[in-house]
Design a protein around this ligand. Structure first.
Ligand SMILES: NC(=O)c1ccc[n+]([C@@H]2O[C@H](COP(=O)([O-])OP(=O)(O)OC[C@H]3O[C@@H](n4cnc5c(N)ncnc54)[C@H](O)[C@@H]3O)[C@@H](O)[C@H]2O)c1
Ligand SMILES: [Zn+2]
Length: 375
């Protein structure tokens, strides 16, 4: 399956495109898809752990006549420290990568973010190709052109917009993910159904067991739908200045607060997002935007996805403080993306601390009522 992402409206890169290929075992076609590159010199920044994926990417390029240099890295948030990124420039310089060389990012979101950042800055920018290997990266971070590294004071504070020329989502690479990582990816996937596409939401409810069992057909369909929605938003707001991409943050204000409260140790990103979407639904009801019955219908599915429990110590005051720090808050006010009905969102900048308290207790009550245990 293929998606073509064009940036005709973008001022800096008019006419630029990014092809997105999705399917099972498609890496073998890589050579064909990069045939129009400015040179046949590949520099692969690869998650060292992914031996089989690395072999597949290397052989696909070698058999298409490419010269291949591999730079294995240790994936994870530490890769996005400037100290980890700096030596990558040295590796490229030593191997004489030039402006026509193509950088390949093989791994999850950390590798995509770091390698994309290197591609956008090395010799003032070279072409790059994303080969995401986590579900989270396949349904979200690989598309959109945001590259970033971290500062000691916060995540993703140093970065660029640099669109990859090609993104390949090979579902075969997902077979080694842990069950938690798959649930986490489903969380990010269902976000697109809730915010944009009721039919897709229903599809995921119906096929979630196959999704969790990594059925390639269901995965391909789900990744294609997710990225089609993301690509549509990105195409209209390449540099994230018009607010078009804001909807993609549904559930994230609470999700980020939860990740930060637990020091990024308890929750996978998508697990925190599942809680975040449940909170956003409760808040939508509290704010009179969403009918309680529609909330219950969506909540029923989200609640069925297994996540670590909400920490008891997270009270409304701490939550409000953490959410105010989120970079989406403007001039002290937190702007929430809320839901009016399946597929229709609205932005709300008038949420009070009392609303937050009420939504949090609604979330806790619904969880307790349905598990019989206090979480
Ligand atoms: N650029 C964007 O638009 C954007 C959007 C969302 C998130 N992000 C970033 O993405 C990062 C998180 O993404 P992630 O969870 O994919 O990160 P990651 O690269 O750290 O991967 C998570 C873990 O999974 C392992 N892994 C990767 N592929 C695997 C596979 N196929 N099988 C088994 N294990 C595998 C990695 O080695 C790592 O231990 C964060 O840094 C976040 O800031 C970026
Ligand atoms: Zn996310």
């Amino acid at each position: 399956m293929k998606i073509k992402l064009s940036f005709n409206s973008g001022k800096a890169h008019p006419g630029q495109t990014c092809d997105i290929q999705i399917g099972s075992g498609i890496t073998k076609h890589l050579g064909k898809w990069v045939a129009n590159s400015p040179s046949k010199r590949a520099f692969i920044i690869a998650d060292a752990k992914l031996k089989s994926a690395r072999t597949k990417v290397r052989s696909a390029l070698l058999s298409a006549g490419w010269e291949v240099h591999e730079i294995p890295v240790k994936a994870g948030e530490n890769l996005k420290d400037i100290e980890s990124v700096y030596p990558l420039y040295g590796d490229l310089l030593k191997a004489k990568a030039d402006r026509n060389s193509v950088l390949f990012a093989l791994g999850g979101g950390s590798v995509g973010d770091a390698a994309g950042f290197v591609a956008s800055t090395y010799l003032r920018g070279i072409d790059w190709v994303g080969i995401p290997t986590t579900l989270l990266a396949q349904v979200d971070s690989s598309v959109g052109g945001k590259t970033a590294i971290n500062h000691s004071t916060g995540k993703n504070l140093i970065g660029t917009f640099h669109q990859p020329k090609l993104v390949i989502c090979d579902t075969d690479f997902l077979s080694t993910l842990s069950a938690r990582e798959v649930v986490s990816g489903l969380g990010e996937t269902v976000k697109y159904g809730i915010t944009f596409d009721p039919k897709f939401f229903t599809y995921l409810v119906k096929h979630h067991a196959q999704f969790l069992a990594l059925d390639p057909k269901v995965l391909t369909q789900a990744i294609h739908k997710s990225l089609s929605w993301k690509a549509r938003k990105v195409a209209h707001d390449e540099f994230d200045r018009k607010g078009v991409r804001e909807v993609l943050n549904f559930g994230h204000t609470f999700g980020h607060a939860l990740e930060s409260f637990t020091k990024y140790e308890n929750f996978q990103h998508g697990e925190a997002l599942i809680w975040g979407m449940r909170f956003a639904l409760a808040l939508s009801v509290v704010r009179g935007k969403l009918k309680a019955q529609e909330c219950a219908h969506i909540e029923l599915f989200l609640r069925s996805l297994k996540t670590p429990p909400l920490p008891k110590a997270l009270n409304a005051e701490k939550l409000t403080r953490l959410m105010s720090k989120d970079k989406k808050s403007r001039s002290g006010k937190i702007h929430f993306v809320l839901l009016e009905k399946l597929g229709k969102t609205t932005s709300d900048g008038d949420v009070s601390p009392k609303d937050i308290k009420q939504a949090l207790s609604m979330l806790r009550n619904s969880t307790e009522a349905n598990t019989g245990a206090k979480r």
